[in-house]
Design a protein around this ligand. Sequence first.
Ligand code: HBI
Length: 113
Amino acid sequence: MSTNTLASQHCTPRKGKEHALDQAKVTDLLAQLPGWQVVADGKAIVKDFKFRDFHHTLGFINAVGFMANQEDHHPDLEAGYGHCQILWSTHDVGGLSLNDFICAARVETLLEH
Ligand code: HBI
C-alpha cells in the first residue's frame, strides 16, 4: 500500500474538464474502494451504507458532513432508517475527479475500528 494513500490526501479545488478522470484512472482508483460502483454514465461513484438504527445512520451522516465541509467537497446523500447512500461527483468538472475518490476513501476511514 503506498504511503500516499487516497485517505491521507486532501481535496483541492478542481474546475474544468482537464480534471475529469479517464476510464482507466477511474478503474484504477475504484479498485482501492471496497463496495463502490461507478454510476450515471461514468460521472459518479456510489455506495450504500447499512446501520443498525436511525441514530447510527444520522451519526454517520453528520461525520460525513463534517468531513465534506473540511474538504470543501460535498456528496449527494439519500438516507432512511438504517441506511445512507453516498454519491460523489465533481460538479465543477462535470464528472469524476480525484476529489471524489479522496472523499470516498475518507468515508471508509470513518467506519474503521
Ligand atoms: N462538491 N461534489 C462537489 N463538486 C464540486 O464541484 C464542488 C463541491 N463543493 C465545493 C465546490 N465544488 C467549490 O465551491 C469549491 O471547489 C471551491
